[in-house]
Design a protein around this ligand. Structure first.
Ligand code: OSB
Ligand code: MG
Length: 374
């Protein structure tokens, strides 16, 4: 397909409430969107990089640089036919998966629109609804956390994930388990522990958690496998998994029994599908992670979650949990059964609110193919 123009924007979107993890607090999102114009259609992509390089090495600013100076010029020059062509096009750019995913996912969106089918179908999805969980940040106090859990359970969410770190773990799990002995509960440390905490982490086994996500170093496989050997609770890797080879290594070494797939972290739909397939073939359940996305990234996560191996509830939840005003129409809503219904219109299946996007834009850059001079 001919790429007529790529418009990159940075939007400022305040979160409804601060989100605290072991690596810091996010209050305001700085989100990059890519808008790819091709033969009368517009595909959208969202960059999931954080404001600071704390989850991974990328940030809004590094991704902006790589998108504007490297990836967008490459894409307009090449005119790919399929989303699946992008990894090869971008291969010469090392790292920067979140920047790469921004454009690749927009091309998949375009391709689905061109074919007149939902993105979920183009990806090979098999579900009409997806099961939803919530990720709850570290709170100022346990009573505040308990009241949030009460609200999310009443809303129907099927799994509660608690962000944790040293000092916000066993006491919290104990209080939550005392109140709700039977709910599906998990935790996510975002690499907050070290091997010296091994005994302490092993004590989480007492709380019947569905999984413990990324307890150790963000780039580790081996020590997670050491830890997994002495725990009953399945370890789930998030930060460590960047591609299919990482997933194979982690499964082979038994570093984890569950994998969190994030589109940005693995560089886009092609690699996300490859990680999914590797896990599915080996009986490892996967689920779709979240990165506090706007409706654009959220709609991509929803489409991805329809693949067969996504059997566990993801961190894909309602728009209103993040933003008072989401940039898509309709907003993403979750049913009282804790499910999102998959849209059946072509592409992502949600309209973009151009007026609102324009209003939230703080910087904008347009990249066009070089005009061919006769
Ligand atoms: O580790 O899953 C994570 C948010 C930002 C960075 C990392 C993570 C998260 C979340 C939030 O857990 C998931 C969401 O609700 O979008
Ligand atoms: Mg995580």
């Amino acid at each position: 397909m001919r790429i007529d123009a790529i418009i990159l924007r940075e939007l400022h979107m305040p979160l409804v409430r601060p989100f605290e993890t072991s690596f810091g607090v996010t209050r305001n999102r700085r989100i990059i969107l890519a808008e790819i114009h091709s033969e009368g259609l517009i595909g959208w992509g969202e960059c999931t990089a954080g404001e600071r390089p704390h989850f991974s090495a990328e940030s809004t600013d590094t991704a902006w640089q790589v998108l504007v100076n490297e990836l967008a010029p490459k894409l307009v020059a090449e005119s790919p036919e399929h989303g699946g062509d992008c990894p090869r096009l971008f291969y010469s750019v090392r790292g920067n998966p979140m920047a790469r995913a921004t454009l690749e996912n927009a091309i998949w969106d375009l391709e689905a629109q061109r074919e007149g089918i939902p993105l979920s179908i183009l990806l090979g999805g098999v579900r009409e609804t997806i099961p939803c969980g919530v990720s709850l940040g570290i709170q100022p106090s346990i009573p505040e956390l308990l009241s949030i859990i009460e609200r999310e359970l009443a809303a129907g969410y099927q799994r509660i994930k608690l962000k944790c770190k040293p000092g916000w773990d066993v006491e919290v799990f104990e209080r939550v388990r005392n109140r709700w002995p039977d709910i599906t509960l998990s935790c996510d440390a975002n690499s907050a522990y070290r091997l010296r905490d091994e005994d302490h982490i092993a004590s989480f086994d007492a709380f019947d958690l569905l999984m413990i996500e990324q307890p150790l170093w963000h780039d580790d496989f081996y020590f997670h496998s050491v830890l997994q050997k002495r725990m009953n609770t399945p370890i789930c890797l998030d930060e460590s998994i960047h591609n299919r080879r990482d997933a194979l290594a982690a499964i082979e070494m038994e570093s984890c029994r569950i994998i969190n797939i994030k589109l940005g972290r693995v560089g886009g739909f092609s690699e996300a599908i490859a990680v999914h397939n590797a896990a599915l073939e080996r009986g490892i359940p996967v689920w779709c992670g979240g990165m506090l996305e706007s409706g654009i990234g959220r709609s991509h996560n929803i489409a991805l979650s329809t693949l067969e191996g996504f059997t566990l509830p993801g961190d894909v939840s309602a728009s209103a949990r993040y933003f008072t005003d989401d940039i898509i129409e309709p907003k993403v809503i979750v049913s009282p059964r804790g499910e999102i219904a998959i849209p059946d219109s072509p592409g992502r299946g949600y309209e973009v609110r151009s007026d609102l996007i324009e209003k939230l834009t703080v910087r904008k850059e347009t990249i066009r193919a070089m005009a061919l001079v006769a």
